[in-house]
Every structure is written in C-alpha cells, then in structure tokens.
Design a protein around this ligand. Sequence first.
Ligand SMILES: [Mg+2]
Length: 234
Amino acid sequence: MSKHALTTIGFDADDTLWQNEQYYRLTEAHFTELLADFAEGPKISERLLEAEKRNLAHYGFGIKGFTLSMIETAIEMTDGSVPAGVIAQILDIGRDLLSHPVETMPHVQDTLEALAGNYLLVLITKGDLFDQERKLAQSGLGDFFDAVEIVSDKTAVTYRRIFSKVGDGPERAMMVGNSLKSDIVPAIAAGSYGVFVPHELTWVLEHVEEPSDAPRFRKIANLGELRRLLDQLG
Ligand SMILES: [Mg+2]
C-alpha cells in the first residue's frame, strides 16, 4: 500500500445511509395543519425555518431542537394564544418523529459489506444522541463501523480530529455524504476527499455551492458507485 493510500472512510448517516428529511417534511406538513386557523402553510414554514436557524446555536441539530422550534413558532404565529392542546399535539408529532422507521438507502448494505475490513469505516453524524443511536441500532449497520462519532457540528476541525484519532490523518481519509455544507466542504478543507451523494430532499440550511474546483471533490449518483470511485483513486 502506498503511503498516500486512503485508509479511512467517513459516512454521514441521515439521507446518506438512511432516509431522514422526508420524515421532517411530513412532520412539518402536519404542524402547518395544526396552525391552519392562524396562517397559511408557506408562511408558517418560513417562520419555522427562521426559528430553527436561530435555535441551532442553542439546541444544536436534531429533533428536540426542531420540536422546540415548532412550539416557538406556534406561540409567535398566534400572538401567544396557542391553545395548550395544540402544544400537546406538537409534542406528540415531535415524539413520533423520534420513532420513525429506519429505511436504508439503496446500495448501503452491499457497499459497507464490501468496504468493511478493507478500510476503517467511521459513521459521523450530527443530531440527537438517543435518536442517532436508535437509528444505527435499527439499521443493522452498526457492525460495519470501526467507530461512531455523534457530533454537535461538522467542521474542518471535527474531521481533522476524527480522522487523526480513528485513521491515519485527514489526507488519507474520505468523507461521503449528502450535505455539501456539513459533509463535503469542511472535509475537503481538512485535507480529505469529499464525496457528494446528492439526495433529492436536503434541508435548505445544508445547501452551499459545490466546490467543483477542489481537487479532492467528487460526486456520485448513489452509494453503488463508491467502490468504483475508490478503485479509480487507487
Ligand atoms: Mg445527511
């Protein structure tokens, strides 16, 4: 093995290994119905997104923060008169979101099976600790991973730290994920490959420009193409 060979592959979880955003969208649709007497759906969604953006710094990523943002939005949109019954329903739909089924994406199982043992595999995800642990357990994918990192944010520092601890440094690592902002751009900034696997539903706060000029940027249509890419990179 050349001293520059890749040894470590990081995988994002939500909407890379399993479906996630679609459940948030369903919950949001339900939420707008609960407030239908007070405002139009798009207006509610807009205010909810603003609340989520504001609250990221306080609560981090995940369903608990999302639920609190829904409650905050309900209070705002009703000028403080939202009935307690509606708050209770918001808490219910937030809890339902914490128990949605885990549906793995195409080619995930085969790909991880083929790579495990040949590379160090690391799951790197944001979100609520309990929720991500539950999804990993239910996915049945846990045994493929050499390490699991549930982090509060994904920055170049995060990737440098994880790939140095688990692998042989960021230069010999690759990060695979559906978020340009969280998975790709910071991993490339850390010195790793960033392999973008677009998902048709990606949270608007995770969008940034594709770093098309970066030598270590790659894009594949689905995880089934990852092994061929690794062969090409040698
Ligand atoms: Mg993701």
